[in-house]
Ligand binder design. Structure first.
Ligand code: GTP
Length: 181
């Protein structure tokens, strides 16, 4: 989680096992000429013991659930988190599922399809990311920023923003002509 936040915040990857949890940080992104400030809260590993208090995410507008594609236990935990979130988080919270470490193809134990299937089951957007190469990190946060901006400021005749469609179209763009990575 920390590496994903650092990648998004600073555009860098700090390998090794001793990256301190960031805590709280923010980055401003531009959506349709409007500045959206994303304040991000990192968990410091306490989620492994399921001891993240509800207060920590109760008021969040968006929640990113990360698993490690090389570690099955992290994937298996996602279901429990989704159940808990549906119980305690804001009803209109934006949830996104991310399978991280997509650069580690040889060690992969969770397929892309498995991630996608779980996300579909809960109706949440999904993508695989890599904090190391940066793939899809900008896209994940930009999609969330855009969704939040549309929720807060919906122009009267603007079509409803569909986060799934946005992600798909940005992925197509980056496949062909280098859109948001
Ligand atoms: N190859 C690769 N390694 C990664 C990637 N993201 C994180 N890592 C490595 O995975 C380990 C854990 O990363 P962290 O970002 O600290 O994980 P965390 O979830 O914040 O960990 P806690 O704060 O202890 O819960 C570190 O050794 C990172 O270098 C990635 O996308 N690719």
């Amino acid at each position: 989680k920390t590496c994903i936040l650092v990648r998004f915040k600073d555009g860098a990857f700090l390998g090794g096992n001793f990256i301190a949890t960031v805590g709280i940080d923010f980055r401003v992104v531009t959506v349709d000429n409007m500045k959206v400030k994303l304040q991000m809260w990192d968990t410091a590993g306490q989620e492994r013991f399921r001891s993240v208090t509800h207060a920590y995410y109760r008021d969040a507008q968006a929640l990113l659930l990360l698993y490690d594609i090389t570690r099955k236990s992290s994937f298996d935990n996602i279901r429990a988190w989704l159940t808990e979130i549906y119980e305690y988080a804001q009803k209109d919270v934006v949830i996104m599922l991310l399978g991280n470490k997509s650069d580690m193809a040889a060690e992969r134990v969770i397929t892309h399809e498995e991630g996608e299937k779980l996300a579909k089951e809960y109706g949440v957007p999904f993508m695989e990311t890599s904090a190391k190469t940066g793939v899809n990190v900008e896209l994940a946060f930009h999609a969330i920023a855009r969704e939040l901006k549309h929720r807060n400021i919906q122009q009267p005749h603007e079509p409803k923003f569909k986060i799934h469609d946005y992600i798909e179209s940005e992925k197509q763009k980056s496949n062909c002509c280098g859109g948001i990575m």
